[in-house]
Design a protein around this ligand. Structure first.
Ligand SMILES: Cc1cc2nc3c(=O)[nH]c(=O)nc-3n(C[C@H](O)[C@H](O)[C@H](O)COP(=O)(O)O)c2cc1C
Length: 189
């Protein structure tokens, strides 16, 4: 069976991050048609165009760019910081988008999940991220949307999803994403 490789980006570096727990839950509940790996973002130096212009990008950028290129699709799982995308995730997106004309994002099908202890499920971050993904030519799944609120009640002590309805939603989301990736990669090598 064909498997599509998906890079998962978590917009939080916190040890007990709800978003990381959600990313792990989504990975567990995904169909066999997807092979998902979390790509770490915390060691990427802040983007500075001078390094690219001088042809001397930091090794961590080069490795990140090559690694992301090897995936068929991208899944973002992010909190909201001040109604927008956390800097660590935005930095990774910027690093992957350059040098100009060599973006690693273009054409890779994607999806966005946002998770917050708040009631509106990080809607602001979710949609700010979608704004960047439009420009980066990432065909981003529209339905189902995933604004996951009240995160403090979602996980048990082992970090697993604690209730059936969220598990069912996460499963449905990953099946829809698998179909989305398949549709948007068919015909490619
Ligand atoms: C700098 C900062 C800004 C935040 N701004 C928001 C916000 O705009 N909306 C929101 O729902 N939560 C906000 N929060 C709370 C986060 O949703 C909360 O810390 C959450 O647990 C972060 O996700 P994580 O558990 O994956 O680390 C903010 C937290 C920080 C540290």
């Amino acid at each position: 069976m064909k498997q599509n490789k998906i890079a998962v980006f978590v917009g939080s570096l916190r040890k007990e991050s709800f978003n990381r727990k959600m990313a792990k839950a989504l990975i567990k509940l995904s169909p066999d048609s997807l092979a998902l790996d979390i790509v770490e973002l915390g060691e990427l130096p802040l983007y500075d165009q001078d390094y690219d212009d001088e042809g001397k990008p930091p090794l961590a950028w080069t490795e990140f760019r090559q690694h992301v290129k090897s995936f068929d699709g991208v899944l973002f799982v992010t909190p909201e910081y001040n109604r927008s995308v956390p800097g660590v995730l935005k930095n990774a997106i910027d690093v992957g988008s350059r040098p100009y004309g060599k973006s690693v994002w273009a054409g890779k099908p994607g999806a966005v999940v946002s998770v917050s202890p708040g009631a509106i499920g990080a809607f602001g971050a979710n949609h700010h991220l979608r704004q960047s993904l439009v420009f980066l030519d990432v065909p981003t799944m529209q339905q189902p949307e995933a604004y996951i609120g009240n995160a403090t009640n979602l996980f048990d002590e082992s970090g697993n999803l604690a209730n059936d309805s969220t598990r069912e939603f996460a499963t449905k989301f990953m099946h829809a994403f698998s179909a989305w990736v398949e549709t948007n990669t068919s015909g490619r090598e």
